[in-house]
Design a protein around this ligand. Structure first.
Ligand code: TXA
Ligand code: MG
Length: 354
């Protein structure tokens, strides 16, 4: 399949005539049952008509994703949620008022109009109203309901730039809308509102602390705070190995004066054994590391940059064929909870505590 690419240069609200026409064409593709990758504020999505079961089947095929892993439906006006959910609890309205449009997904009981292909066979549906202006326009022009997982091949880190979408999806989908790099870089927070108590199934930019403040107290899936609990996560997608670089990644937790020598010692040992070694470090201590490839993930003082860089750093190690990677660890509070959740998954939960 020949994948078209639409470049958005102007960005934001003000699109040129050609860009507008390109988005209309993208919407026609989606209405006709095709697939278009598009930018959102979190990561790029791989979009198809959420109410067309054939489109959802195509999404699973293009990603190589197991079809029991449900998709998120993206909307562009709050009222549009009413058509796809069976109940709209008070809490959902409150959350939407506080955080929509934005990087938060709600799980609610699904209405019959939503095909089971889209929800991976579940009786609930995930809904998100993204804030990205290009995403909003595409959704509006496409009829209001776009099903979109992250636009990566299954198992790879979510794409934070169109170049990674092209890497994974060129030849597999109809069109890619290239709007450069995204703002947040981690996927949306997922909040389950379909059971007795609001519960975070995937941490993200909207943090547990922010949700606690709004709703009193929210629960969090046990597998996020106790990754070795042995229980199955409630978001089907969270059980899959994910975000993983090709190299073996190990997280090293502890004070810098112990972490740095530990990493340098092991990197040297692995180098001697013929491995190409890598380090994910923070700006403050970066020059103290010795390895084949040392990547800066940002400053410890700036978690938002760390979040934005994480997935691209993981992909870059693949490009450089690094086989053994060590990473610093981060405090799992605030946005750090989402950063550590993704990093731990990427490491297959290998963590050394010093
Ligand atoms: O930021 C995001 O959420 C991005 C952008 C494109 O919007 N999308 C995204 O989609 O990350 P995806 O498919 O890669 O991740 C969706 C997650 C999966 O872990 C899936 O299992 C979970 O949401 N999910 C979807 N519907 C669900 C449901 N009804 N119940 C529980 N989990 C659900
Ligand atoms: Mg994904």
């Amino acid at each position: 399949m020949d994948t078209k690419c639409l470049h958005i240069k102007q960005g934001g609200e003000r699109l040129s005539r050609e860009e507008e026409a390109g988005l209309r064409q993208a919407a026609e593709i989606i209405r006709g049952g095709g697939l278009v990758a598009f930018p959102t504020e979190t990561v790029y999505g791989l979009g198809g008509d959420a109410l067309n079961p054939e489109s959802s089947r195509k999404i699973y095929a293009a990603k190589g994703r197991p079809s029991d892993n449900p998709l998120i439906i993206h909307i562009c006006r709050f009222e549009d949620i009413r058509k796809i959910v069976r109940q709209l609890p008070e809490a959902a309205v409150k959350i939407a008022e506080a955080f929509w449009p934005g990087p938060l997904t709600m799980i609610l009981p699904k209405a019959p109009i939503v095909p089971r292909e889209t929800t991976g066979g579940l009786d609930t549906v995930a809904v998100r109203f993204p804030s990205h202006p290009v995403a909003q326009k595409l959704i509006a022009y496409s009829g209001g309901y776009i099903a979109a997982p992250s636009a990566n091949l299954s198992g790879k880190p979510s794409p934070t730039s169109a170049k990674y979408v092209i890497e994974d999806m060129d030849g597999r989908i109809d069109m890619i809308i290239d709007d450069g790099e995204v703002g947040i870089g981690l996927e949306s927070t997922i909040l389950d509102l379909a059971s007795d108590m609001p519960r975070i199934l995937r941490p993200g930019y909207i943090t547990q602390e922010m949700l606690d403040k709004l709703l009193g107290k929210v629960d969090i899936d046990v597998t996020i705070v106790e990754p070795d609990s042995g229980q199955a996560p409630r978001a089907p997608g969270m059980k899959y190995r994910h975000y993983a670089p090709k190299g073996r990644l190990i997280i090293v937790e502890g004070p810098a004066e112990r972490v740095i020598p530990y990493i340098n010692g092991h990197a040297a040992e692995n180098q001697r054994a013929g491995e190409k070694t890598g380090v994910i470090g923070t700006a403050e201590v970066l020059e103290q590391y010795h390895a084949d490839v040392v990547k800066c993930i940002g400053s410890r003082k700036d978690e938002e940059t760390i979040a934005r860089n994480l997935f691209s750093v993981l992909r870059e190690f693949d490009d450089e064929n690094v086989t053994s990677i060590y990473s610093e660890s981060f405090p799992a509070q605030g946005l750090g909870q989402a950063i550590m959740n993704r990093l731990l998954k990427a490491a297959g939960h290998r963590i050394v505590k010093l």
